[in-house]
Design a protein around this ligand. Sequence first.
Ligand code: GLP
Length: 243
Amino acid sequence: IRDDQESAAYYTANYIKKRILEFGPTSERPFVLGLPTGSSPIPVYKHLVQFYKNKELSFEHVITFNMDEYVGLPRDHPESYHTFMFSNFFKHIDIKPENINMLNGNCEELQNECQRYEDEIARVGGIELFLGGIGPDGHIAFNEPGSSMKSRTRVKTLAYETVLANARFFGGDVNKVPKLALTVGVATVTDAREVVIIIAGAHKAIALAKCIEEGVNHMWTVSAIQLHPSAMIVCDEDATLEL
Ligand code: GLP
């Protein structure tokens, strides 16, 4: 628990830096990092970019997999997760373009795209550290309430609450928010060797309480991390309101 969102983000960015540096700069065994979008990780990306600029950290031997992407939103749409990741992170660091993995929500064959993603994660040896955020309903990636704890990458219909929460990015118009997304599954996240979740703000307080103080529950999918041998939540004071 950190005082505010900024210190939670700084702690998280430092932790990721430490893990990448400990892993060592080998191209044969790159560090595989799972990444989220959303407003919570933005300050984490800001600090990671700063570490790169200060020459404290390189992403040359880092492979990334993003958690999710909207279906049917053009790749260069200002609210696509593709655009988000490039403008907040990838274009500011030395990651190799071929090491960036994102789901393509404009594929003809969405199921094949999801399988391709799972195969690619397996091909590179699995994810070392998955960084995630949560929705106010406790979803991780786009694993909405009711998602199976064993779920893998798939097409998901967004919960109305998620559509509402994300309307602010689409001029407040719920009709403009895509209703479908491609998302890694709960099990895709928990298969990572380490999971780090960043949670900030009083609007996430109920979700945090459900996640850690109640049982493992597929209605609050982030609670799956209770079963993970190496999981950490970094949150601000506001998010602890219901604990
Ligand atoms: C979306 C993303 C999630 C993210 C959530 C919270 O639903 N698919 O991965 O955790 O937004 O976003 P924010 O950090 O903006 O509250």
